[in-house]
Design a protein around this ligand. Structure first.
Ligand code: PMP
Ligand code: GLN
Length: 380
């Protein structure tokens, strides 16, 4: 039988491709973003307890009320916003589902969606599946900053959504308050929805404050923000996250969510609700990863890779143009095969495959692994 593909040109996600290649060649895997160490035993014990105690049936559709309350309290404390725990927060199967659900609920056929590229790879296919039209705005090395006037020139009467991601994967840049005010200015008095992917909200460096859309009431009034427990609590395999949006947008979000997953893992929601009562469990994350970033930078200091400034996320991108002029996909492949370290080529995050000779390393790893990788990278 012949079927018509909805995504005829789509390839397997680079994270699957590079992790498989790393495994195949026994390379140190600094490609796909996940820690190589375990999450807190306290959190694991809590999951075990709730499973044993019989909390094994469906959670409520919007999330376990105790967990929604914890998120409400965290948002109030960190961003000064009062969102409604029951009506404006929904637990999801990771940020990926939150993003997919938000786009499915809010983007219609022929709507334009402005993407800031390099853009995380799940954004574009979700837009295309809805019949939406991705409109890329390209950032450039080494600073990957948005020129808001240039971005504004892409806005048309058909623009339905602008997607942002700060701290930014893969560049590690972080939006300032001025960036957010520019976004607010551009969207003011329009029907544009902002989808703000904030999965690295706690991973910002140098004592900077994460500029969530939740800090800006006028901006939040048109926004859906997405978050991931996996990034915050070192358990990407649990695939739990959440979305926050004003009620009129969350109502639409839930129309899709209820038939997309209905609800997500219950015992883990109980465990997270209890674990989050201690805010040190997430507020310490910036200094935890800053140490790893600095350790990795030290380990590659004498190499020919030129680091791109990383102000947030657990990714260090590097410019390899002093080493090779190969396309980044080829270089990343050869790095894995011949030198034993796997990385992500950045061009895959551009619609037009812009190749600036930059690859991304994940430093959410033990010092031991970072040191070994550093030794290999310094020999190139
Ligand atoms: N957005 C960005 C920018 C990411 O890096 C990731 C990867 N974790 C996600 C969304 C997806 O998060 P999750 O694993 O919770 O689905
Ligand atoms: N977010 C992770 C990264 O950027 C990958 C998650 C995935 O494999 N889908 O590496």
């Amino acid at each position: 039988m012949k079927i018509k593909s909805k995504l005829p040109d789509l390839e397997t996600t680079i994270f699957t491709v590079m992790s498989a290649l790393a495994n195949q060649h026994g390379a140190i895997n600094l490609s796909q973003g996940f820690p190589n160490y375990d999450c807190d035993p306290v959190l694991k014990d809590l999951v075990a307890k709730y499973v044993q105690d019989g909390y094994n049936q469906y959670a409520p559709m919007a999330g376990l009320p105790e967990l929604n309350e914890q998120i409400y309290a965290k948002i109030a404390r960190m961003y000064g916003a009062q969102v409604h725990p029951a009506n404006e927060i929904t637990m999801t199967a990771g940020a990926t589902q939150a993003i997919y659900t938000a786009i499915t609920a809010l983007v219609q056929s022929d709507d334009e969606v402005i993407l800031i590229e390099p853009a995380y790879d799940c954004y574009r296919p979700a837009i295309e599946l809805c019949g939406g039209i991705p409109v890329p705005y390209e950032l450039s090395k080494p600073d990957y900053r948005v020129d808001w006037a240039a971005l504004e020139s892409l806005v048309t009467p058909r623009t339905r959504m602008i997607m942002i991601n700060s701290p930014h994967n893969p560049s590690g840049t972080v939006f300032s308050r001025e960036d957010m005010l520019e976004l607010q200015r551009i969207t003011d008095d329009t029907d544009i929805i902002v989808l703000s992917d904030e999965v690295y909200e706690h991973i910002v460096y140098g004592g900077a404050e994460h500029q969530s859309v939740l800090r800006f009431p006028d901006l939040f009034a048109r926004s859906v923000a997405t978050f991931s427990f996996g990034k915050t609590f070192h358990n990407t395999g649990w695939k739990l996250g959440y979305a926050v949006a004003p009620e009129y947008l969350m109502d639409e979000f839930r129309k899709v969510h209820q038939f997309n997953v209905f609800s997500v893992n219950r015992p883990m929601q109980h465990a997270l609700a209890e674990y989050m009562k201690n805010s040190d469990n997430y507020l310490s994350l910036g200094s935890f990863f800053q140490q790893k970033r600095d350790y990795f930078l030290q380990a590659i200091k004498t190499s020919r890779f030129r680091p791109i400034t990383c102000a947030g996320t657990y990714f260090q991108s590097v410019d390899y143009s002093e080493i090779s002029d190969e396309p980044d996909t080829k270089f990343a492949e050869r790095l894995t095969r011949e030198y034993g370290v796997a990385a992500i080529p950045i061009s895959v995050f551009f619609s037009h495959k812009k190749d600036e000779k930059v690859v991304r390393f994940c430093f959410a790893k033990t010092e031991d692994m970072l040191e070994q990788a550093g030794e290999l990278l310094c020999k190139i």
